[in-house]
Design a binder for this molecule. Structure first.
Ligand SMILES: [Zn+2]
Length: 416
């Protein structure tokens, strides 16, 4: 049956405006027409959303869905692949309820390839959940953030046994790992270049991969027609990656002017993941105290640089994607906090919405299917009663979700 959606306001993922009294005609899983006063064929189901602002289904480009609760992150070595797979499914369901109809999963830890199964089963309609674009594991070296055996490094015998198979050294090792990730179904390759604020490694300015290893990863992935993105912080490391024609980067939270200019001219994207640094930037002690002592110390030391970097990113014209990166403080599906961070950072509502829709669709490689409300695109939509242009917390309450033309349960169910 055809469906006609009556919008209060419409953000279409293209124009920097909210259009009034627009209608969307849907046939099956596809948008047939968008406009005012559309002809309404017989037997069309009318869905009245005149009290809501309708947007494309939103997209989160940096989700760690392999844990059920952020509080379990430190126990990741104790979980089975079965647990990770179910956690991915849970995350995809919770994201969908919150209006995020597509997510890019950045693997973290020895999760196995269960995310691929989740992606397939959701695509085949066995489970309602956000569409998943998956990078199963984050490749890197011993001692880097995704080497979860770091958590038992006080016992080298145990730690060596617990070191994940995608952690290693040398160009041949990484070329093989890239082929393996793609063989088993990863849509993109994620690497850890820098250390991190949150895990017990050398910190955000340490770089773990050599020039030869980076080249082997990027070249092998590109030979196999898959994009590469990197977890990275310092400007000097980002400039190395840009010179190697990497497709994009995550975080970039120690951005400087020189690097921003190179970024702007490169065409590479940056998913800046503002939310994990928002609490230290705003000196929100209640949330900072939830972190480990090591993470708190690193964040406090870098707070001035994080604030300066945020302004450099805001004032740049880098191609920015929207990604929440929650593996601490907030649950992995609470992408609404990333919207709050963009709004409180002065990014502007339309720039934020565009990042979370059409820009992200390009980053995920699915711009031909989703990210905008226009004829021919899949009928992925979300509806919101709060003011998207003024209210930083507007995404905290989702009122309507449709994916592939099927109306889904909307809400913000908290599972603690
Ligand atoms: Zn991350």
């Amino acid at each position: 049956m055809d469906q006609l959606i009556l919008c209060g306001k419409l953000y279409d993922g293209i124009r920097d405006e909210l259009q009034e009294q627009m209608e969307i005609l849907i046939r099956g899983d596809t948008i047939e027409a968008v406009g005012r006063g559309l002809p309404c064929p017989e037997h069309t189901r009318r869905i009245d959303l005149r009290h809501l602002t309708v947007t494309p289904g939103l997209i989160d480009a940096h989700v760690h869905g392999n844990i059920l609760r952020w509080q379990e992150m430190d126990h990741i070595l104790n979980q089975s692949e079965g647990y990770f797979t179910l956690a991915y499914l849970h995350t995809a369901q919770r994201c969908l309820e919150r209006g995020f109809t597509s997510i890019r999963v950045n693997g973290l830890g020895p999760t196995g390839f269960g995310a691929i199964d989740c992606r397939q089963l959701i695509n085949r309609g066995f489970f309602a959940g956000a569409r998943m674009v998956v990078g199963c594991h984050s490749l890197g070296c011993p001692g880097m953030p995704a080497d979860m055996s770091m958590y038992v490094s006080a016992n080298p015998l145990l730690s060596d046994q617990a070191q994940p198979s995608f952690v290693g050294s040398g160009p041949d090792f990484f070329a093989n790992q890239v082929r393996r990730e793609i063989k088993y179904g990863s849509d993109f390759i994620k690497i850890f270049l820098s250390g991190s604020f949150l895990s017990p490694d050398g910190g955000p300015e340490v770089c773990y991969l050599s020039e030869e290893e980076l080249r082997a990863i990027i070249q092998t992935a590109h030979d196999l027609r898959k994009p590469v993105t990197a977890h990275v912080y310092p400007g000097q490391a980002m400039r190395r990656l840009l010179a190697m024609e990497i497709d994009g980067m995550e975080h970039g939270a120690l951005m400087d002017e020189e690097t921003a200019r190179l970024f702007e001219n490169s065409g590479a994207y940056l998913v800046p993941t503002f939310a994990p640094y928002q609490d230290i930037i705003e000196e929100n002690e209640a949330f900072i105290h939830r972190l480990t002592a090591d993470a708190q110390a690193k964040l406090r030391r870098y707070a001035p640089l994080l604030r300066a970097s945020r302004q450099v990113i805001r004032d740049s014209s880098i191609r920015l994607g929207f990604g929440s990166d929650f593996c601490s403080v907030h649950q992995p599906y609470e992408s609404c906090y990333e919207y709050r961070s963009w709004m409180r950072s002065g990014m502007g509502a339309f720039r934020t919405l565009k990042a979370a829709t059409s820009v992200n669709a390009g980053i995920l490689g699915i711009a031909d299917q989703v990210g905008t409300v226009e004829p021919g695109k899949r009928a992925d939509l979300a509806g919101w009663h709060r003011d998207l242009l003024q209210d930083p917390d507007a995404l905290f309450e989702c009122d309507f979700v449709m994916k592939d033309g099927v109306r889904c349960a909307a809400g913000n169910r908290v599972v603690e």
